[in-house]
Design a protein around this ligand. Structure first.
Ligand code: SF4
Length: 359
């Protein structure tokens, strides 16, 4: 079964670190045209192919309730056999009517873009919510029986102390959240944060301490670390995102969205007008060696690593015949046994070095 990703690029404001395909939501006509195109594409899909649906952004819950209902109704009419159906939300925009729509149309997982609970951090990242907004959002979702909640956190932003991070993680515990995605800040070019702070260096030692603290603290409070940046309570792993890490097929609809089917990767235009006209797509055909490398790089993101049997079943060859990774084992970045190949604890901190060896 495949995953279906639907991209809603509209945002009420632009966060300082953001490099995602997005658009300030000011033009109602454009939003209507965008939704009409999405709806046409959704209606053209084969219902039986998908068991996970993910509405991401941008900010999907920046849509007004009429537009949101139109989109959710289209999806509901089309799909009813999914296991997981997620929507990404900004906490300051969640309201009761929205949550009732989520419930009515079968959404069973909500991912909140929190990033931090710390005012200083929120200001730097240009996020417009407060700690209170997050608490109220979680309460509202739980009151309406949506308990499968993810919170995204960012750590390592300038001026963040380990005490700030500890507070964020304690809030996750206090709110009894089922899933956390923790990413280190990446200074992407073309972002406001890069323009303002490009001369500053991220403190890599502090970031490593933060990662170590995060891994240990979340384990202590019952989270299973199942992917480099993702942690869940038992049974709450993201089924949709696991498809990416397992290199399964998925379809992406919307501006800048990517579809990956067999060895073909198609990415829609990052420009809304080109997306609406169905032009400016990039199509990439992956050869066997590309497919093998991607399978390894994505697979190693999982804490349990790659099952050698899965590799063999997919490519009809053995991973240790195809790649020489002895150096990474000697450096104690990778470890293997008869069944699997995975990152060591040390390797989690230096994963990019490992991945580069497979590129
Ligand atoms: S981080 Fe999310 S909410 Fe912020 S601008 Fe980017 S897409 Fe929009």
């Amino acid at each position: 079964m495949k995953g279906l990703y639907i991209h809603i690029p509209f945002c009420k404001h632009i966060c300082s670190y953001c490099d995602f395909p997005k658009k300030i939501a000011y033009n109602e006509e454009q939003i209507t045209n965008y939704l009409n195109k999405l709806i046409k594409e959704i209606n053209g899909l084969n219902t039986n192919l998908f068991d996970t649906i993910y509405i991401g952004g941008g900010t999907p819950n920046s849509l007004n309730n009429n537009n949101l209902e139109l989109l959710l109704k289209t999806i509901k009419n089309k799909f009813n056999k999914y296991k997981e159906y997620t929507i990404e939300c900004n906490p300051e925009l969640i309201n009761k009517e929205q949550v009732l729509l989520f419930k009515k149309y079968g959404i069973n997982r909500v991912s909140l873009g929190v990033e931090t609970f710390n005012d200083k951090g929120l200001k730097l990242l240009n996020r417009h919510h407060s700690e209170k907004d997050v608490i109220n959002s979680v309460k509202l979702l739980k009151e309406n029986d949506i308990n499968n909640i993810n919170i995204d956190l960012i750590y390592g932003y300038f001026n963040e102390t380990i005490e700030d991070l500890k507070y964020d993680l304690e809030m996750i515990h206090k709110l009894n959240i089922m899933h956390v995605s923790c990413y280190t800040l990446i200074l992407e070019k073309n972002t406001l944060l890069y323009k303002l702070h490009q001369e500053k260096e991220l403190n890599e030692d502090l970031i490593a301490d933060m990662m170590d603290y995060t891994y240990k603290y979340l384990a202590k409070i019952g989270f299973n670390h199942y992917e480099i940046s993702n942690f869940s309570k038992v049974g709450y792993e993201s089924l949709h995102n696991l498809k990416y890490w397992n290199k399964e097929d998925y379809i992406g609809l919307g501006m800048g969205a990517t579809s990956c089917i067999n060895n073909k990767r198609i990415t829609n235009s990052y420009f809304i007008n080109n997306y609406l006209k169905d032009i400016d797509k990039s199509v990439e055909i992956l050869d066997l060696i590309d497919l093998k490398k991607e399978f390894i790089i994505m697979g190693l993101r999982k804490i349990k690593g790659i099952l050698k049997e899965d590799y063999y079943n997919k490519f009809n060859s053995k991973i240790n015949d195809d790649f020489n990774y002895k150096k990474l084992i000697d450096l104690k970045l990778l470890e293997e046994d008869d069944k699997s190949l995975k990152l060591t604890y040390r390797g989690l901190f230096l994963a990019n070095i490992v991945f580069e060896e497979f590129i």
